[in-house]
Ligand binder design. Structure first.
Ligand code: OXD
Ligand code: MN
Length: 640
């Protein structure tokens, strides 16, 4: 055992382990890989957590194909993944109670007495470290610790952040080799400026699933740019570089004056016009974000997380933090998502999680194919009619089942996917799951109004987080689950960011989920029309109608777009039902959200005024017309 010393937070470090006494757990080749980085902080972290988690073996994964192959094979050998019939395809199962992000047990650690927001789940730092380090102590006994190096963002880019992952799950490491760019070389000379993540799946049961799920914890330590996550496997909880790094990056971005957003990045390419216009867009989980990023005929850069910085030309530039997609597979079928469906049904490296495995063939919900009556799923042997312990029927595949794939392998990958300078962003799109209030698409009146629009997102909950689905929740910028700075400060940095640009992105809002009499008013394909309308607005090709909530499309423009894009006859009646202003519902929503913000401190000047101004516009409209629902034809068109 090496000499134990106290680090700055007062926790024991195992200095000396790599320099002699316990070399048997890490061979000379692995040791050399660490030493070649010539970085004392990395050495210290590795020594400390080897000593603390007590793995039986330690392997260092560099950017080499050989090392990446080792991880793939290990996930099969450990039975964390099984091969499927198609070449390169594997399947992974998370435990029955580990199928989504665990919001209740994910906490930001804060020094005693510090409070950041009533919306943010936090815990006293000392107590939190003691608890999570307690669960991590000895958690890797008899297991292999993988030490992996990745790059959050494109390689050799000023946007990017090196990330060190320690995990005892080969599935986690394998997912990361698909989802993130390699980072071993990036670590050479990076000094102290990196994030790190320590993950242990903890004790495993006979199916190789976390046995002590009640001790699942995900604790974010902003002070040391690190996250500890234990007793879980679902990637939203375990994969450090995804939603855990997002939190650390929001904190860093907020301090440094750039944005870290829960956003896709796509290139809109209207047919017959020789141009590409880049958009980023934020939607709460499972509200159409990936399918927007994958709209046919357009190109994709990312579907989940973007770093956005001001460029020297006064425009916003964005990179995808990831190079892959951890996408929800439910509803992916050849008609609605042809590109993804094709990628999921052809040979390539690809991990399915929590789908049904029938003799090596994966099945998922609403895939456009009949699902066989029996197979293996996240509950073990599955058969039609199987019930869980509470007597609820178990679906053949989980609603939040996923696929993990590289974007570069998709037919619609954008050519600037890995460009170190990112892409210039002309539009932000916000959206949520809203069955009865907002119109399908509108444009905000200004950058400040757009920040208000994003901050006021409300969405009905889905299967991507644990808990009841269908409950309306306020979710500013679809980023609330990941905020680690006071909401007022986050909103201020959004306002400041746009105000510093010469040409801030135009801000749009979409709602794909509007219903009347229980039926959706739009088809899944309509989102292409909304996107290309927004694209045309950026190029001053369409006029609009100014309403209290923002600019909405003119009927003639939509009629022409529906004809051209979907070969559909869009009628005045369609337009009126979809775009009528439901003033009472809009006012109710505004007041709900305003009440929540009233509990927040330090909201920037100008932001709360947006509530007042919009409320006044809506109230005047309601009173002026003397009725609740106002047809879009009743507002005069404008040419802004
Ligand atoms: C995701 C999520 O997996 O937001 O992207 O839950
Ligand atoms: Mn997401």
């Amino acid at each position: 055992m090496g000499v134990l010393v106290k680090d700055t937070a007062g926790y024991e470090t195992g200095r000396g382990i790599l320099s002699g006494c316990e070399q048997k757990i890490m061979n000379e080749t692995n040791l050399k890989k660490i030493k070649a980085l010539n970085n004392p902080k990395i050495l210290e972290i590795i020594e400390k957590f080897i000593d603390h988690c007590k793995p039986g073996k330690v392997t260092v994964i560099t950017d080499s194909q050989e090392d990446i192959e080792y991880v793939r094979e290990l996930s099969l050998k450990n039975n964390e993944e099984q091969r499927l019939a198609m070449q390169g395809h594997t399947i992974h199962f998370d435990g029955i109670r580990d199928q989504a992000r665990d919001k209740a047990n994910t906490k930001v650690l804060l020094p005693a007495g510090v409070k950041i927001s009533s919306f943010i789940n936090s815990k006293d730092r000392e107590a939190g470290l003691n608890e999570v380090l307690g669960f991590l102590a000895g958690s890797m006994q008899g297991k292999e610790l993988l030490i992996c190096f990745f790059c959050l963002g494109p390689n050799n880019s000023k946007f990017s952040i090196p990330a060190l992952q320690l995990t005892d799950s080969a599935y986690v490491a394998h997912s990361e080799t698909i989802l993130y760019r390699p980072g071993y070389e990036e670590f050479k000379g990076c000094g102290d400026d990196f994030f790190y993540f320590v993950h242990s799946a903890g004790e495993l049961d006979a199916r190789c699933n976390t046995a002590n799920i009640d001790n699942r914890r995900v604790y974010i330590d902003l002070q040391e740019n690190r996250v500890f996550t234990v007793n879980n496997q679902y990637a939203g909880n375990s994969v450090g570089l995804k939603k855990l790094a997002l939190r650390l990056a929001i904190n860093k971005a907020n301090r440094e004056g750039w944005l870290c957003e829960h956003m896709f990045i796509l290139g809109a390419r209207p047919e017959g016009k020789d141009r590409v216009t880049y958009f980023t867009g934020a939607y709460p989980s499972a509200c159409g974000k990936t399918s927007t990023a994958m709209i046919s005929g357009q190109s994709i850069i990312g579907d989940d997380i973007a770093y956005i910085r001001a460029g020297e030309d006064g425009r916003a530039y964005a990179v995808n933090v990831e190079q892959g997609i951890f996408g929800i597979i439910t509803d992916v079928n050849p008609e609605d998502d042809p590109v993804i469906y094709k990628a999921l049904t052809t040979p390539r490296e690809l991990i399915f999680s929590n789908v049904l495995n029938v003799d090596g063939v994966p099945y998922w919900l609403n895939m456009g194919k009949e699902i066989p009556p029996a197979g293996i799923n996240f509950s073990g042997e599955w058969f039609e009619g199987k019930k869980d312990q509470q007597g609820n029927p178990i679906d053949p595949a989980h609603k939040n089942a996923r696929y993990t794939i590289r974007i570069s392998e998709l037919g619609n990958a954008d050519e600037r996917l890995n460009h170190p300078d990112g892409v210039p962003v002309s539009g932000f799109i916000y959206g949520g799951r809203d069955s009865d209030t907002n119109v399908p698409v509108f444009e905000a009146l200004s950058w400040t109004h757009g920040v208000y629009v994003g901050a006021a997102i409300e969405s009905e909950t889905t299967a991507a987080t644990l808990g009841k689905a269908g409950v309306r929740k306020h979710n500013p910028m679809a980023n609330l689950d990941f905020l680690v700075v006071p909401l007022g400060q986050y909103i201020k940095s959004q306002l400041d960011f746009g105000n510093r640009l010469n040409t801030p992105p135009k801000i749009f809002h979409t709602n794909y989920f509007l219903k009347e009499d229980g039926k959706f008013l739009n088809s899944k394909l309509d989102k292409k029309v909304w996107l290309l309308w927004a694209e045309g607005r950026i190029h001053n090709e369409y006029g609009a109608i100014k309403t209290p909530i923002g600019f909405i499309p003119k009927f003639e423009d939509l009629k022409q777009l529906f004809r051209q894009i979907l070969a559909e006859d869009y009628t005045k009646a369609d337009y009126e039902t979809q775009f009528k202003l439901r003033t009472k519902k809009l006012l109710e929503k505004l007041e709900r959200v305003e009440k929540l913000f009233a509990e927040e401190e330090q909201l920037p000047a100008g932001f709360m005024e947006q509530f007042e101004q919009e409320k006044q516009r809506l109230t005047e409209t309601l009173q002026g017309f003397g009725r609740d629902c106002i047809s879009p034809f009743e507002f005069p068109p404008v040419t802004v």
